[in-house]
Design a binder for this molecule. Sequence first.
Ligand SMILES: [Mg+2]
Ligand SMILES: [Zn+2]
Length: 183
Amino acid sequence: MNLAAVFLDRDGTIIEDTHYPKNPDEVALIPSAIEGLKLMREKGYLLFVISNQSGVGRGLIQDHEFKKVHEKVCAILKDSKIEIDGFAFCFHRPEDLCSCRKPKIGLIPKTFNNQIVSWQHSFTVGDKLSDLELADNIGAKGCLVLSGKGRETLAELTNASRQNEYPHFSNLLSVAKSLPLHS
Ligand SMILES: [Mg+2]
Ligand SMILES: [Zn+2]
């Protein structure tokens, strides 16, 4: 059996979106994020955090600030006994036309410990359209969370009559409850 993963957005999905986060003291978990991540793990999924951080490329977040925020996130998750299988970040600006800024797929692992990660059995979760279109680009299923910018994204999708393309959930725990068991 191939591995399956949940590719998680960070800001607005796991932690509150503070708009170009640079202060580790402002890092705060979104309610039920930990329970959601735990349940995803129990259901047999690898967990990868895939995050666009163009604030770094724009010079709005300094490298050391990014690092401090990341360390804080890792510390919080570790305290909560959540193991993340990988973190990957894009620091580019949209105009850099890189191949890793979501919804591009450059940050998505094809294998883990030499085993294939089946994208088809995987999910992306996030609060922005780029998180959902990432799923389309790898043949996974995109799940919208209504935390962070999620309500605005749902309104955007509704205006474009696309609200049925992606299921939406109040938070990571409700996403986790909806996932099939992967074994
Ligand atoms: Mg986000
Ligand atoms: Zn990039």
